[in-house]
Design a protein around this ligand. Sequence first.
Ligand code: ADP
Length: 579
Amino acid sequence: MLAPSSAGFRALWPLLKPHRRRLLLGGLCMLVFVACWPLLAWLAGQLIPAIGAGDLPAVARTIGAALVVFMVQKAAQFGQDILLAGPALRVSQELRRSLFARLQTLDFGALEKLSAGDLTYRLTEDADRVGEVIYKTIQDTTPSALQLVVVLGYMVWLDWPLALATLLLAPVVALLVSSFGARVMGAAERSQKQVSDLASLLGEAIGGLPLVRAFAAEPWLQERFNTEIDLHRQARYRTLRLLALQHPVVGFIEAAGILTVLLVGAARIQAQGLDSQGFSSYVAALLMLIDPIGHLTTNFNELQQGQASLKRLRAIESEPVEKPDSVRAQPLGAVRGELLLDQVSFGYDPASPVLHSVSLQVQPGQVVALVGPSGAGKSTLFSLLLRFNIAQTGQVLLDQQNLVDLRARDLRQAIALVPQQSSVFSGTVAEAIAFGRPASPEQIREAARVANASGFIEALPGGYASRIEERGSNFSGGQLQRLAIARAVLGDPAVLLLDEATSALDAEAEEAVQMGLRQAMKGRTVVVIAHRLSTVQEADQILVLDSGRIVERGSHNQLMATAGRYRELCERQFIHLQA
Ligand code: ADP
């Protein structure tokens, strides 16, 4: 019954291997715990007739013995629970760790398909549920199943015809349990899908709340949210209804079973197949079956729900990962910063390219500005330079080495990105600049100095140890941009990819950022997605991209002299930023 649906979990067995010793010791405790049950049933068989006969010394002896057995059993249970909890938790931790590691290597295309809310749900709720199932399976399902087997064995030994009658009832219960289990699983899967839809919507909605308010679209969003939570309630209700139905039905079958057994037992005593002591032991043993059956039923349901969660977690593993480094990949020595794109074409869907035969040469230390309307392919070009994506035809070279022949890590140390949205992780200022790279306090201070950030950082009460809240909410836009510049220059990259922010800062903040940028650009090759007139005016080369093609190239003055696409763009796009 458990076999097909537990297949997903069985794949997790290898993760338990390193914990064999603890599992073995826990298993021993479990055996002691389980072995106490028939002993207790036997003692009950002794006790009840002794009570009936008013034999006080016999009653006292039996109760004393039962107390000792109980003590041993509870100690063994403690040992079992404590010894098995560790490995179970480690397996779920390992699962979460490996999935997060996988997430970090996923192909960017795949990553963009998965919503942040959905992924968060999977790595928290789903992972918790799977962890719970692993824990329950090891620490509860296994001893319950063992208890069932041992106690049933004892009952067969006591009187097999009576045991046979009992066992005939078991398939009825099992059938009910499994048919319900399948339905509960279906309902649970639908309800979890609803929760993750809800999480996605929330993720989107919370990010977009200002926008919604700006468009006075609150009723529309509320309506969407209401529909989503209603679907969620319905799905959840269907699961709960099934669960509610399951308990009384299974409970009634159990009660009917016990009453039937009592009837058959009375007949067996009459036929002298069993004495009253044996029958008392039998009834006590029968009562000892109720608990493990209950546990197995509940755990089976949880296993079904966990199965759905595990499936959703494991789906992350089937997403494509970033192309690994070539086996021929050579370490990248000192980088001069020469970039060459040779007839590069690329499409997220290879059938519809978004870059067409783009060629470009940038000498070390040159500044190249990319301009063009939104959707022209500027960010896509950046993604090729960082090897987030790989050109389908043509090649991209850094210092005359093809990017696909480099190690991604080396490449991304040589080429640093200052993104348009200066997102920083929460933590201290020093941590935000170092961003996981080994850096001395001097190096961090130097990077901040270059980015024109040291002034404001040192003025903070905590200096470099000041905390940045989530999404940098306690820093101004200009400060965050300078932190992002410091982060980029920390590794002393030869090439800087700069995506200029479009949102205007006030003049003073703008000036501070510009100064940081100018210092950061010094001595580096810079490719900049330009939104400011000053940037294009100072660039050595300007490339005008339109629909994935370079339509014009030259300096600002050269391009302004021809009444082409650039001049048109300049007049439309940059004039208002001139101030
Ligand atoms: P720009 O940066 O110039 O605004 P992009 O490089 O972002 O332009 O986009 C170029 C084209 O590629 C656009 O048509 C855009 O819709 C498409 N595009 C961008 N990113 C993706 C992606 N991850 N998957 C599919 N298409 C994309």
